[in-house]
Design a protein around this ligand. Structure first.
Ligand code: GDL
Length: 431
């Protein structure tokens, strides 16, 4: 396994995989920035990666993969191919081992020398047949993973393992006491990399001590599978904010960081750019500053020169990172909270702030509608549209409140959300 710190992008989310041209754009970015050296291919919805892992790729798909591998290598980037057999593998089956070997051979023959085997989001029970051979799922996974590692060594290829317990929460916040992790740590060949997402699946913070503790258990430095900007679990979210919640000291405890970001390709400029900045930074890390710097570069991709930096930063601030809004996003929410809960006489500067941000958001939307980068627009469209509609609603509400007139008449927007998901959510999350 390469000893250099692995850093880059991991396409490992649920949903529509990125297109080939988008991946080429990504590789160009990664080549242009200092700090990134790796792309990992693991789209959950590439059928041959997960559900049909036993089947080899048909020629056309294989051709595309080959092109991607070559493009990475030409740009001096590593390409990791990940396979996810965990949904239905029989760990003790020779026939399944042959399928795994054949698949890896197929990928290895198109030039790939870095592999990962993923056991995330799979049943935690092993089959009756496997129970005859192994006393636990960890024993079963260690067996197959070590075997694959040894096989790959013949081709001078590396391997990273993604455990089924891949964050603190899944270990019930007791990593030292977790039997699965302890067993994996002992049984896995020490040359095999080990993924970890932090205390949570989506970790807003990754404390250094949490990784020091993990290292003792797994007997190696983990590679962070970073879901900070992943949004496949919530269609109303998108994250344009910076790499944050990780101190520079953390890097000493790790063998690498791969970011699994937004499904919408064009949402990922700041998230990935600022990760690259974090990697090369040695003295002090200011994630806000990195966001501001990265946003200046992000501007060139919007396809409309009339957009201002402030508008672009406002967009980023409204959709920042998981659980965190940026500065102007916070101002917007605070102004809404004040306006909705107080009488107009007590609104003070909050109303001005609201109006200013509303004007900027409207201007941003208008300019985005005519952008030449339509692909970027459609990536941002759904969330922007939702926000714009809420702003319109607020605006009407403010006018009504200020007028002192009878009942609020903008009923066509209330309730805005309908349909089965909303009906179920109303019941399930009613308190
Ligand atoms: C996960 C999945 C990942 C998904 C992410 C965010 C890992 C190891 N696996 O649990 O594919 O994109 O959550 O929803 O993180």
């Amino acid at each position: 396994m390469k000893s250099e710190f692995i850093c880059g992008t991991l396409e490992g989310f649920y949903g529509r995989p990125w297109r080939t041209d988008q991946r080429h754009q990504l590789f160009q970015w990664m080549q242009d920035w200092d700090g990134m050296n790796t792309f990992m291919y693991a789209p959950k919805d590439d059928l041959f990666q997960r559900k049909k892992w036993r089947e080899n790729y048909p020629e056309s798909e294989l051709g595309e993969l080959k092109e991607l591998i070559q493009a990475c290598h030409q740009k001096n980037l590593g390409f990791i191919y990940a396979i996810s057999p965990g949904l239905d593998i029989t760990y003790s089956s020779e026939s399944d081992w042959d399928s795994l070997k054949n698949k890896v051979n197929q990928i290895q023959q198109i030039g790939c020398t870095q592999f990962a085997i993923l056991f995330d989001d799979i049943p935690s029970e092993i089959s009756a047949n496997d129970q005859k051979e192994f006393s636990s799922i960890s024993g079963a996974q260690a067996y197959v993973t070590n075997r694959l590692f040894e096989y790959l060594a013949n081709f001078d290829s590396s391997l990273i393992f993604c455990p089924t317990v891949y964050c603190g929460k899944m270990a019930e916040y007791d990593v030292p006491g977790n039997a699965y992790l302890n067993e994996m740590g002992k049984a896995l060949n020490e040359g095999i990399g080990f993924f970890w997402t932090g205390p949570e699946v989506v970790s807003t913070d990754i404390p250094v001590e949490s990784i020091q503790e993990l290292r003792q258990v797994i007997n190696r430095k983990p590679i962070i599978w970073d879901n900070l900007h992943a949004n496949d679990y919530d269609i109303q979210q998108i994250f344009f904010g910076p790499y944050t919640g990780r101190s520079l000291k953390l890097k000493n405890e790790l063998a690498g960081i791969l970011s699994n970001p937004n499904c919408q390709f064009w949402a990922n400029y700041n998230p990935l750019r600022t990760l690259a900045m974090y990697i090369v930074e040695t003295d002090s890390w200011n994630s806000r500053q990195s966001f501001l710097d990265s946003s200046k570069e992000w501007m060139q991709y919007f396809g409309n020169d009339e957009l201002t930096l402030e508008e672009i930063q406002l967009l980023g601030d409204c959709f920042y990172t998981s659980g965190q809004l940026g500065k102007m996003g916070n101002q917007l929410v605070e102004s809404v909270r004040c306006i909705m809960s107080k009488e107009p006489a007590a609104w003070g500067s909050r109303l001005e702030i609201f109006r200013k941000l509303e004007t900027s958001l409207n201007s941003l939307c208008m300019k985005l509608m005519v952008t030449t980068n339509r692909d970027l627009l459609y990536d941002y469209y759904p969330v922007l549209w939702e926000l714009k509609e809420e702003m319109e609603y607020m605006s009407k509400w403010i006018s009504w409140k200020q007028s002192g007139a009878g009942k609020f008449k903008y009923q066509e927007m209330v309730p805005r959300r309908q349909g089965i998901i909303y009906e179920i959510q109303k019941v399930v999350h009613s308190n």
